[in-house]
Design a protein around this ligand. Structure first.
Ligand code: CTP
Ligand code: MG
Length: 414
């Protein structure tokens, strides 16, 4: 064996994750784009001293687990061991224990599901095991008030012919009888990694006669002393979809919600006094119209380009070509309705649209709310409209035409 670490970390990752409800085993479910296990291993390999890292994976994911662990380990790849898990967490830990190298005298057992546990928590547990030569678990104070509950006494008597807590099995917490309040001053919530002297942990596992929910309980049942060290809020266990969202949030607190995209659209049309003006999908009597293959509604067209761009669906020219007779003299509403349908079919919902018209006339202000209501109804999301002149500069300043600039926010369904 090329390396001889004195510490091993068994990372149990062989559970199915029933409560998370994902198709893949929990440790391989994506968290911010990478498997939960990858995040856990990042932090294991951030420990200050090198340790044997034993990844306990589901048999179906042995190869992918091995690849992941060696790539994250980098130069420390020779410290990695991968074994198949068992039917229970305890069986998975036992499988990990069987793979310990002879040089190891301190064993940490860690849930892959506690993916954001900081490296310092591992170092702290190692230090404390070395000092105390007993079991060590990170712990946090309990902040909720804790109640003891049970089934209604009458139900139990009916169901089992006897009276007493537990006689009817697991309690339905949605409708249970409260039996009392537990004094939380002597309670803590424990986390992983839990650390132990190797020989004492192997002895405890060899004599364990029942399933325990953590290694500290199994170790204590065999008579081993266990002490606490300060746990970390980040070391929470990812159990439910809500926990996964919390972890995503911790990793990227400022990230936009998944699949949110923006788009920008600009359109320009020259005035043509011989045609009526349609702008923002409404008619403007007495105003010179706009030239174009369609009705020249620059405002609506800019919105179409912003939406298509946000969704990565091209632009108005490539989608509704001038060669298509269907769009000859077509109103802005026609393009907008077709654009909204394209986005919907591609799985996008529209957050909002903002558009600004740059022109000397018409005066948008008096009819702004009417235009906004009209466009919002077609788009199915808020459309806000603003207008400005360009201080007599450029083609808009000289009154030769109208420009419109739009932005759109869309979200892709997950
Ligand atoms: N674990 C394991 N082998 C098992 C069961 C659990 O290695 N047979 C691991 C899980 O992968 C997890 C840790 O033990 O990292 C804690 O278990 P838990 O959070 O309960 O995970 P699951 O058992 O996978 O989830 P669930 O109980 O919702 O099915
Ligand atoms: Mg479980």
């Amino acid at each position: 064996m090329p390396v001889q670490p004195t510490v091993a970390v068994i990372v149990v990752a062989a559970g199915s994750g029933t409560r998370l409800g994902r198709p893949e085993p929990k440790a391989f479910a994506p968290l911010a784009g990478r498997p939960i296990l990858a995040h856990a291993l990042d932090r294991v390999f951030g420990m200050s001293e090198p340790a044997q890292v034993i990844v306990v994976a589901p048999a179906s994911h042995h190869a992918v687990g091995a690849e992941l662990a060696t790539s994250i380990a980098g130069a420390a790849a020779e410290y990695v061991t991968v074994v198949n898990g068992g039917a229970s967490r305890q069986a998975s830990v036992a499988a990990g224990l069987a793979a310990l190298w002879p040089s190891v005298d301190t064993v940490l057992v860690h849930d892959a599901a506690r993916a954001l546990t900081p490296s310092e928590q591992f170092d702290l547990v190692v230090r404390r095991v070395t000092e105390s030569r007993g079991g060590v678990t990170p712990a946090l104070p309990v902040t909720d008030t804790i109640k003891r509950v049970g089934p209604d006494v009458a139900d139990v008597a009916d169901a089992a012919g006897s009276v007493g807590a537990g006689a009817a099995g697991a309690v339905d917490v949605t409708d249970a009888a409260v039996r009392g309040t537990v004094d939380r001053s002597e309670l803590v919530a424990v986390q992983t990694p839990q650390g132990f002297p190797r020989a004492a942990l192997l002895d405890a596992y060899a004599t364990a006669a029942e399933e325990y929910t953590d290694d500290a309980a199994l170790f204590a049942a065999a008579g081993g002393p266990v002490r606490t060290v300060a746990g970390a809020a980040d070391a929470f266990k990812i159990t439910t979809p809500w926990d996964l969202r919390r972890a995503e949030q911790e990793l990227a607190p400022d990230a936009a919600p998944h699949g949110v995209r923006t788009g920008l659209g600009i359109d320009v049309h020259a005035f043509d006094a011989a045609t009526p003006l349609w702008l923002g999908g409404v008619h403007w009597p007495g105003e010179p119209g706009l030239a174009g293959h369609s009705d020249g509604d620059a405002l609506s067209h800019a919105i179409c380009d912003a939406l298509l761009g946000a969704a990565g669906l091209g632009d108005i020219g490539s989608r509704f070509g001038t060669a298509d007779p269907q769009f000859e003299n077509a109103r802005g509403d026609v393009f907008l309705t077709a654009t909204v349908a394209l986005l919907r079919d591609a799985g996008f919902s529209i957050g909002n649209v903002a558009v600004q018209v740059i022109a000397n006339h018409p005066k948008l202000g008096p009819r702004r709310h009417e235009v906004e209501a009209h466009l919002s109804a077609i788009v199915g999301a808020p459309v806000s409209v603003a207008a400005t002149t360009s201080d007599h500069l450029g083609f808009t300043g000289r009154g030769e035409g109208i420009a419109a600039i739009a932005t759109a926010l869309v979200q892709q369904a997950t």
